[in-house]
Design a protein around this ligand. Structure first.
Ligand code: TPP
Ligand code: MG
Length: 327
């Protein structure tokens, strides 16, 4: 597939946005500026970017507890994300949700999710809604290898399959569910094999190769938009950091981490772009600098915001729509 220079630069920029945002978050968390839990997406950037680069603003995604990369790739605003991580009222959830509850319905981001496997039925529901309304929208459901053992995996994919719903299930197989390696939690090597059980296509791709992810998801999105139903795509990847910030990661070796760092999706893609001669080093460096500035601005925005008033703690628990229905 011949990709245009703008598309290649978009892939690079978005991956760098995620990496630099996450790197800053790790630093701020260590400095005590961010309360709660942080699950870093560093190392997995090619999955979110390759997948979301096929989507329009009105297409849907469901995310996970490791969701910052998905949000940025789908166009989420870094400043409101950072403010939410700081717990400020200028954040996406007015500072009351934190990392695992960020959503932006206007951008089709149906939410990060602290419930492992929580996204499957939501994505199937979004797909059903698009089908019933007769739109051209698709839903992409991101989930991990660990989540592929949840009952919701079966329920969501089975419904999407039997009703030919426009959903793409994108598995981020980073080889671990917390401290449990894939070998210890399931008896298969390729999670895409499970597609057979639902009568849908299943493919495995190199999840550290943004173009491979992009192409696989492109095909799946095309099928979905044509009414041909869902696809299961497994992206083999790796998280560079622990399961959460502060995880001592005693369950994996330094050598393993180093091996995967050699396959860093951003370094690899940068090298490839330069070898192809499509872009110059200066162009890439200026993207890096622009993103540095963007992240700094997001931190400034977060710092400037106020913490929510304690009296507002129980506001926004129910939506206005629920209140209206009650009346
Ligand atoms: C329903 C549910 N069970 C257990 C947990 C605790 N938990 C949080 S993350 C996680 C592992 C998820 O692994 P995976 O799906 O591979 O995602 P990864 O963290 O590797 O991105 C578990 C068991 C949870 N949050 N929700
Ligand atoms: Mg995992």
């Amino acid at each position: 597939m011949k990709l245009k220079k703008e598309e290649l630069l978009h892939f690079y920029r978005k991956m760098v946005e995620i990496r630099k945002f996450e790197t800053k978050v790790v630093e701020l968390f260590a400095d005590g500026m961010i309360p709660g839990f942080v699950h870093s997406y560093i190392g997995e950037e090619a999955v979110a970017v390759g997948a979301c680069s096929n989507l329009n603003d009105d297409d849907y995604i469901t995310s996970t507890h490791r969701g910052h990369g998905h949000l940025i790739a789908k166009g989420g605003h870094m400043d409101k994300m950072m403010a939410e991580l700081f717990g400020k009222e200028t954040g996406y959830c007015k500072g009351k949700g934190g990392s695992m509850h960020i959503a932006d319905v206007d951008l089709g981001i149906l939410g990060a999710n602290g419930i492992v496997g929580g996204g499957f039925p939501i994505a199937a529901g979004a797909g059903l809604s698009a089908k019933m309304r007769g739109t051209n929208q698709v839903a992409v459901c991101f989930f991990g290898d660990g989540a592929s053992n949840q009952t919701t995996f079966h329920e969501g994919i089975n419904l999407a399959s039997i009703w030919d719903l426009p959903v793409v299930f994108v598995c981020e197989n980073n080889m671990y569910g917390i401290s449990l390696s894939q070998k210890e939690h399931q008896h298969i090597k390729d999670i895409s094999d499970r597609a057979t059980a639902y009568g849908i296509p299943g493919v495995t791709v190199d999840g550290n190769d943004v173009i491979a992810v992009y192409e696989a998801v492109k095909e799946a999105v095309k099928r979905a938009r044509q009414g041909e139903g869902p696809t299961l795509i497994e992206c083999k990847t790796y998280r560079h950091r622990g399961h959460f910030e502060g995880d001592p990661t005693v369950y994996r070796s330094e050598e393993e981490v180093e091996q995967w760092k050699k396959k860093d999706p951003i370094k690899r893609f940068r090298k490839k772009l330069l070898e192809l001669g499509t872009v110059t080093e200066d162009e890439l460096n200026s993207i890096d600098e622009e993103v540095d500035k963007m992240v700094e601005e997001a931190v400034e925005y977060a710092k400037k915001g106020k913490f929510p008033e304690p009296e507002k703690a129980v506001e926004d628990v129910y939506t206005d729509i629920v209140e209206e229905v009650r009346e």
